[in-house]
Structure formats: C-alpha cells, structure tokens
Design a protein around this ligand. Structure first.
Ligand code: CA
Length: 476
C-alpha cells in the first residue's frame, strides 16, 4: 500500500512537471536567461579558466601594451541569449578600464572598447571574459585589383545556370546581402531594398568598386551583361571603407553588418536570405565561427570567399576566416579551363575544416563598375557572388529547405575536378545548380585515400564472390 501511495505521489509529480514543461514550450519566446533561475536570481555566468595571455587573440605584433590607445572586442562568456544581461552586469567593471563604444548580443556576446594597451591584460584576467580581439581594420577584400567577368555566351552552362533560367528561376523572394564596400550601378540599384553603413550614413557613396562588382554578378539586369539572379532583392551592407590606402573593415564593422542582415531576416521571414562575403582575414579565432553559427540558426545562408592567399602564405591551409567556418559555404576560384586560379587559397583550413567547399569561375569576369559602365573582376571575390547567385536560383525553387539542405545539396551535386572527391583546390568541385535542384548526386568515391579505396575494392570483390555461385546455379 505504501508503495502504491508513493507511486501515486510520483505520478502526480510527473503530471505537474509535464504540464509545467508544456507551459515552458508556450513561453519559448522569452529569452533563455530570463527563464534560467540560476542566472536570474544569483546572477552567475559561465567562467573561463584560460590564462589571460591565452584569451588575447590577434593583437598586432607591434603592440607593446604601453601608452597607446587601442580598440578591442571583448567577448564575454555567456551565450547570446544571456548576453544583454551579462553585459549590463559587467558594464561598471569594464568602464573602469576604458570607454565602451559599442556592443553586440544577437550573433556574439561582445563589447567594443577603447582602452590603453596596458589595460588589455587586466581585462583578460576577468573570468567572465572569454576572448579579446583587436578591432583594427584587419579584414580585407579578396581582390586588390577588382577585375569580375560577366557570363559570356556558354559561361553559364557549366554551372547549369541556363537550365535554371529555362525553368523561369531568377531569384524571386530571395534577398542577397552584399557585405562589401557599397553598391551603385544603374543595372542593380533598383533591386537594393535595404542599406546599412558602418558609419550610420546610408547615403554614403561606395568606397571603391568592389561591392558594386559583386552585386553585378548576382543581380545585373542589363541584357548584354546579365547577372545570375536578376529578380533577387539586394541588401547593401557597407562594411568596408578606405583606411590607410586600402579598403578594409574592422571586426566591429563586420559584426555590425552581419547583425543588420540578421535583423532584416527576422523582419522578413518570408524571404530566403543569402549573405555574400567576398573578403576574409587569416585565423580570426572562434569569434566569427560563433557569429556564423548564429546566422545559420536564423536561416541565413553564408557564402564566403576562400581567399586569394595562395602565393602569400603557402600552398596549404591558407583559407581565410570566415570561409574556414563549418557554418558557411566556402568558395574557391577556377579559370575558364577549369584549372584552379593561380591565386585561390588552398585547403584544408587552419582549423582543420575541409575547405573550400565548392569552386566557381573567378578569373576576369565582366561586371558593373561603380557608378556606371563595365569592368573586369578576378578573385575568389568574383567566384563568391557567382555561387551566391546560383544559390538564389536554387532558393527560389526550394523555399522550404534549411540552410544545411542548401549546403549539402550544393556540395553533393558538383562537377568533380582534380583528385576524386573533395580535394584542397576545388573542394567538392564546380557548382552545378540544376543538379542540386534535381538532387542528381555526384558519384564521388567515398574517400580518395588508398586504404578506403582498397576496402571498397575488397567489398566489391566480396559481393562478386557472394553473387557468382548463385548466378551459376541459375544458369545451370
Ligand atoms: Ca575533386
């Protein structure tokens, strides 16, 4: 009897708990920190046990930590759902070290600060500080001399763009964010529905021609210079500007631009959003991996250049961040003969990821020049909007797909080039968008290592032995 009574009490408790959990589901829009008793009542946050010097990433080599003012990104320990709460709690402490300039909480938990270099180590010693990055203008555009070529006759055939056009796919209900140096050209301007600028001035003229060149590859509606997906809308994310004789961007500019894309997607849930990123930085640490993870979770497809670092760093592991992130599609460049472009960065990435993912044309492509007229564009900068445009066609055809479905569809349906299967120059191969649309998978060998190949041959021989006697009996 006592056992039964305990069972009844236990059953009752189970019922109450399950009803409470149903209520919790109904209130799932409440931020994570607000429903987490531990954070709300005790105000404790995750702590980092790394040494101060292990937390400091990407500070310029010439920083002597004495006397000069430096801008840093201070990443805090709590996940983004609790970022605002932790930042509020930390603000008085951080302000004793310097000036808080900006903060981010949608994609990453980051406070932008201006401090004396001598303070960096002290800030890093705080257990609620996860990492510190420089906010110097370190991101660079991946073609120093913009030269993108438009689709000459026959050029849209290898990527099967013309097959998609035949089926009337042109990027409708798809938004492509060109995260670059600004857009201005009569062949694309009427598709720009949103502008964000790093300096808050949405009327800022483009800084150089790079952003306009990327936008033309995606969306030009000029009959003699067609873009790939002329019915997309464009988000002009102006994160790059002239600094010290080069068009570069800081971490703050990048995060600001990406947050603008993130917010636009939340406000326009009926659009598929693709972020086209023709730029990068070597080994930016994990901050941009975290940011791209959040973009992906929000349903934003991120296409990123592999980089043009082949000759400058070495032949391997010179894929730039954020192309190195597993949450993005990383694009290498090939020439008209389907050979790797001389400049294209070679995988795998510094963090071990198998990058690039795919390749596309990226040598001397005609495109829109800033303000009007035409120009030639080369670089993984050119190959990236090429792939973004192709995915825009695919996205119109499959508005219900998840980001992962787009990534895996594109990777599994390529034209395999070079070594069989994934290789460090072509990734999984040249994008074939119609095959991705129709799910016509490439027949890769599972791996190009001799061991796996050997096992596969053994398996084939084994199956042959199994089948052979039966066939013999059938014929007998
Ligand atoms: Ca290959």
């Amino acid at each position: 009897m006592r056992v039964n009574k305990h069972l009844r009490i236990f059953g009752g408790l189970l019922l109450i708990v399950s009803m409470l959990s149903l209520l919790a589901v109904n209130y799932s829009s409440v931020p994570e920190w607000a429903t987490n008793v531990n954070y709300q009542i005790f105000g404790t946050f995750p702590e980092s046990n790394l040494r101060a010097d292990e937390k400091i990433n990407f500070i310029p080599a010439n920083a002597d930590f004495h006397g000069d003012t430096i801008e840093i990104l201070v990443e805090l320990t709590a996940p983004t759902g609790m970022a605002t709460f932790q930042q509020m709690k930390m603000m008085p402490t951080l302000q004793t070290y310097g000036t808080v300039k900006n903060r981010f909480s949608s994609l990453v938990n980051v406070v932008v600060m201006e401090v004396d270099e001598s303070q960096v180590n002290s800030i890093a010693q705080n257990k609620q500080v996860k990492s510190i990055y420089t906010n110097e203008p370190v991101f660079k555009l991946t073609s120093s001399q913009p030269t993108i070529r438009f689709l000459r006759p026959g050029e849209c055939t290898p990527a099967q763009i013309d097959k998609m056009w035949t089926q009337n796919y042109s990027g409708k209900k798809v938004a492509v964010a060109v995260c670059d140096s600004g857009i201005n050209h009569p062949a694309v301007n009427d598709r720009v529905v949103f502008t964000w600028s790093f300096d808050g001035n949405v009327n800022r003229p483009p800084d150089g021609n790079h952003g306009t060149a990327c936008a033309g590859v995606i969306a030009s509606n000029d009959i003699s210079h067609p873009g790939i997906a002329p019915d997309v809308v464009l988000l002009d994310i102006h994160a790059f500007h002239w600094q010290g004789g080069a068009v570069t961007s800081s971490g703050e500019d990048i995060l600001g631009g990406w947050e603008a894309i993130y917010q636009w997607k939340i406000a326009h849930p009926d659009y598929i959003v693709i972020a086209s990123n023709s730029w990068g930085v070597p080994q930016a640490g994990n901050l941009y991996d975290e940011a791209t993870k959040q973009l992906k979770q929000q349903g934003i497809i991120c296409v990123c250049a592999a980089g043009n670092e082949d000759s400058t760093i070495g032949r391997n592991q010179n894929i730039l961040s954020p192309g190195s992130s597993k949450y993005v599609l990383c694009v290498g460049a090939v020439d008209d003969s389907m050979m790797p472009a001389s400049f294209t960065s070679v995988g795998p990435a510094w963090n071990g990821e198998l990058k690039p993912d795919v390749c596309a044309f990226g040598v001397t492509i005609d495109t829109t020049n800033v303000g009007g007229g035409w120009m030639e564009f080369s670089g993984t900068s050119a190959a990236t909007p090429y792939v973004a445009g192709c995915i825009a066609l695919l996205a119109e055809a499959h508005p219900d797909w998840s980001v992962e479905q787009f990534y895996s569809a594109v990777k599994s349906t390529t034209m395999d080039l070079g070594r069989s299967g994934w290789d460090p120059y072509y990734g999984y191969g040249f994008i074939q968008v119609y095959n991705a649309h129709m799910n016509i998978e490439t027949e890769f060998l599972p791996d190009n290592s001799a061991i796996n190949y050997g096992f596969m041959m053994l398996a084939i021989v084994g199956v042959g032995f199994l089948l052979a006697p039966r066939q013999a009996r059938l014929h007998a």
